[in-house]
Design a protein around this ligand. Structure first.
Ligand code: 8YV
Length: 326
C-alpha cells in the first residue's frame, strides 16, 4: 500500500512535522504559496491529508477538485476559510485546534485593552523619540479599567478566558452567546447574560469580539450598531476581522464616536484599511493572538493527531477536535 501523503502548507513547529513523518510522507510548503484558491485546487491532487493555515481558502471548488482528500486540519480554532459543508458532503473530515490557544489569545485581548486604555503604544513611542520630559500631572491620561463593564460577544473558550482575566481587573462582565451558559458557569465567571446584543452594545464600556465568523456574524458590528455604543467605548477584536465593518469603525474612531480600538485581526489581512491605520487611540497587531511557542506547538500536534487518526481509519467520533456543521 502506498504511504499516505500529507501537505502542511507552510512551515510550522517541527514537533508536528516529525509526528506526521513517522507514518506519512510529508511535504511542507512555503509561506504564502498555498494562499491562492486556484493554486490550491490544482496542486493538491497527490495528497490524502491537508494541514491548512487560516490564510488558505479551502473552498468548495478546492474540495470538489480534490475529493481524494480524507482530512483537512486547520492550524487555527477558526475555520471560516474552510467550506465545512462541502467537505462533509464529500466525506472529507475537518478538524481545528480548539482549547489550546484560548489562554494565549485571551492574553492578547487583555494586552490590547491595556494598550489602548493606558495609551501604551503612543507613550512608549514618544519616550523612544526623546519626548519624555519627566512625570507630568496631565500626561497620557487614559481610561481606567477598574469598575467598568465589559461586553463579551462569543462566550466560548476564548471568551471565558477573557472573562477570567477581566474579573481579576475588577471589570464587570456582560456577555452574549448563541446559547446561554448555565447558571453555575455564569456565577463562576460573574457574567451577566444579555439576550439582546444591541442592549449589550449600549451599556458596555469595553466590547470584546470572540465569536466565530459565520454568515450570521459577518459585520456584526455594523455602522448602525457602532452608533449604539457609548462614545467612550473601546472595541477589542481577537475573533475575525470581518466581524466588524472595519471602515465604519475607522470612521467612528476618527469622528470620536468610539473612543478606541484594539485589533489583532482584520477584514482583508494582511491589508489594513488606511483609515484605520491613521485612526487615533488604536493598537493594531499582526494577528498574533495564538503566537506563543508553547501554544503553536500544541496547535501543531493537535492538528497532526487529527490527520493521523483519520488516515489511520480511526472512528471519527474518537477525534476530539473534529468540526461538525451542526
Ligand atoms: C488567533 C486564530 O491568533 O486560531 C485562530 O483561529 O485566529 C488565532 O490563532 C486569534 O484568534 C486572534 O487573536
Amino acid at each position: 500500500m502506498l504511504t499516505p501523503r500529507v501537505l502542511i502548507t507552510e512551515p510550522i513547529d517541527q514537533a508536528a512535522v516529525d509526528y506526521l513523518r513517522t507514518k506519512f510522507e510529508v511535504v511542507v510548503g512555503q509561506r504564502g504559496q498555498w494562499d491562492d484558491e486556484s493554486y490550491l485546487a490544482s496542486n493538491l491532487g497527490s495528497f490524502d491529508g491537508l494541514l491548512s493555515m487560516l490564510s488558505n481558502p479551502v473552498t468548495e471548488k478546492v474540495l470538489r477538485q480534490n475529493p481524494q482528500l480524507k482530512v483537512v486540519a486547520n492550524y487555527a480554532v477558526g475555520y471560516n476559510n474552510i467550506d465545512v459543508k462541502a467537505a462533509q458532503s464529500l466525506g472529507i473530515a475537518v478538524a481545528n485546534t480548539p482549547d489550546v490557544l484560548s489562554e494565549a489569545t485571551a492574553d492578547i485581548a487583555l494586552g490590547l485593552l491595556l494598550g489602548v486604555c493606558r495609551r501604551l503604544c503612543e507613550s512608549e513611542k514618544d519616550l523612544r523619540n526623546g519626548l519624555f520630559d519627566g512625570w507630568h500631572p496631565q500626561g497620557y491620561l487614559g481610561i481606567e479599567l477598574y469598575g467598568k463593564k465589559a461586553g463579551i460577544i462569543g462566550m466560548g473558550r476564548i471568551g471565558k478566558a477573557i472573562a477570567r482575566r477581566l474579573y481579576g481587573f475588577g471589570i464587570k462582565i456582560a456577555y452574549h452567546n448563541r446559547n446561554r451558559l448555565n447558571s453555575e458557569i455564569e456565577q463562576q465567571y460573574q457574567a451577566e447574560w444579555y439576550d439582546d446584543t444591541d442592549t449589550l452594545l449600549r451599556e458596555c464600556d469595553f466590547l470584546f469580539l470572540s465569536c466565530p465568523l459565520t454568515p450570521e456574524t459577518h459585520h456584526l458590528l455594523s455602522r448602525e450598531r457602532l452608533g449604539l455604543m457609548k462614545p467612550s467605548a473601546v472595541v477589542i477584536n481577537t475573533g475575525r476581522g470581518s466581524l466588524v465593518d472595519e471602515h465604519e469603525l475607522a470612521k467612528a474612531l476618527h469622528s470620536g464616536h468610539i473612543a478606541g480600538a484594539g485589533m489583532d485581526v482584520f477584514e482583508f489581512e494582511p491589508k489594513i484599511d488606511p483609515l484605520l491605520l491613521s485612526a487615533p487611540n488604536t493598537m493594531l497587531l499582526p494577528h498574533i493572538g495564538s503566537g506563543t511557542t508553547e501554544t503553536r506547538r500544541k496547535m501543531g500536534l493537535m492538528a497532526a493527531q487529527a490527520i493521523q487518526a483519520v488516515l489511520d481509519g480511526n472512528p471519527l467520533e474518537s477525534i476530539p477536535n473534529l468540526v461538525s456543521i451542526n
